[in-house]
Design a protein around this ligand. Sequence first.
Ligand SMILES: Cc1cc2nc3c(=O)[nH]c(=O)nc-3n(C[C@H](O)[C@H](O)[C@H](O)COP(=O)(O)OP(=O)(O)OC[C@H]3O[C@@H](n4cnc5c(N)ncnc54)[C@H](O)[C@@H]3O)c2cc1C
Length: 488
Amino acid sequence: MIDVAIIGTGVCGAAVARELSKYRDLQIVCLEKDTDVANGTSKANSGIVHAGYDPKPGTLMAKYNVKGNAMIRQLAKDLDIPYRQNGSLVVAFDDEDMKTVQALYQRGLENGVPDLSVIDAQEVRRLEPNINPDIKGALYAKSAGVISPWELAIAQMEVAVQNGVEVRLETEVTGISLCGDHFEVTVKTNQGTEVLETKFVVNAAGVHSEEVCSYISKPNFHIVPNKGQYYLLDKTQGALVERVIFQCPSKVGKGVLVSPTAHGNLIVGPDAVDVNNAEDVSTTAQQLAFVRNTAARTCDKINYRESIRNFAGVRAQGTVDEFIVGTVPETDRFINIANIKSPGLTSSPAIAVDVVSMMGEAGLPLKEKDDYVKTRQIVRFRELDEAGKQRIIEKDPRYGRVICRCETITEGEIVAAIHAPIGARTVDGVKRRCNAGMGRCQGGFCSPRVLDIICRETGLKPEEIRKDKAGSNILIGQTPKGQDKASV
Ligand SMILES: Cc1cc2nc3c(=O)[nH]c(=O)nc-3n(C[C@H](O)[C@H](O)[C@H](O)COP(=O)(O)OP(=O)(O)OC[C@H]3O[C@@H](n4cnc5c(N)ncnc54)[C@H](O)[C@@H]3O)c2cc1C
């Protein structure tokens, strides 16, 4: 019998898995319908560690945001995740915006946000010389930062696995029933259907959390998926702004931001549009034009010819403006982590702490391990000094072969990503673990070589390797003899 089944491996599921893995004698299993961890909303967002002035005081969103922001600072160090505390500005373009800035400042104070101030136009221009000069002032939050969002989830899951947690990918939960002192969880896999028995269930299914909750209880929330589209620009644009630059928030969200990413690119977006299909991550020329035009108010120096990728993420936007974190009326052994829109990424480590103590209160024995390993480290060849590079190449010559030239990612790093605790099995899985394919050419040159390395290291056939999601196989078979020369 499983002790805890966690449904979903985004940042919330991963944070709960890591937090639970501190305790001994528990069988913890993560069930994920996708081909990789962190392949839902957690990989497609702004990657901002919000300061916490935005949520209404007294809400769970406010509490978890401020606490999560502080926790991430330490987590990023422990887990070796790209993160930078670069601060954020909410800029005001007129007197009306200045009133919003003042209101956000007061809210921030109530929420306990540290290092918050309202600054005048001159100070904004000094801090950010490239943003448009016709601004009135800004809210400056020094505790805000940028993080690699998918690595926040992957690294936590790797630590959880290192400490005994099991992750089952391509395992979709399709039903749950409460059977006295345990649950029966029906899962669909590539092999068929299976029923798992577990004492506790954590629902961290993101945009599908309402559906998963409905298997066991009538949800007290309703999710309307809401899509946000982005531009990701090359590193040539990454230093245009130093901080995260927001415009004043509106009812539908925090608005279009311009920010450096944790990897040194520039990100511009998102918009906010309700969609019927929670899996719809398409981008459209119309909405991207909206993003560009709105961002131009903040900074008109962005060179969109340096755009290397457009992408979209879907918010688990609820009709209730609050996170749903807690048990259901039927049982205190089923815990929802639902309605986790922004600032969900920032809040996730703090949510996990509360979720684990809720399970403790409901009878899960929480006995701390003596041998818990809380850290993870990976080699980033390009960040080593010359002596370090030399040393690692001598130890393993595969670090001397650069596969991704845009990002200077070596064969050694790709092999390490494949043999990590939850090893990459897709080309994008490699990209998210070690950055191969993240650069200017977006994998145009290195993808075939990455595919080859995955085959060599795993024994999988080339036709079995997917770019990312199910069905995204890159090759379909050998070209028949005689047809293997291009016809002119
Ligand atoms: C456009 C946008 C911008 C954002 N910007 C920020 C930001 O800058 N800062 C911030 O703090 N937050 C931000 N957020 C919010 C943040 O990204 C989310 O709150 C967070 O990623 C949610 O994580 P999660 O683990 O709850 O969900 P997800 O990451 O979606 O994970 C849920 C997982 O559950 C799996 N799943 C679903 N159903 C099943 C099933 N039946 N069986 C098995 N598995 C299942 C999915 O495949 C998925 O992997 C943003 C969100 C969006 C969309």
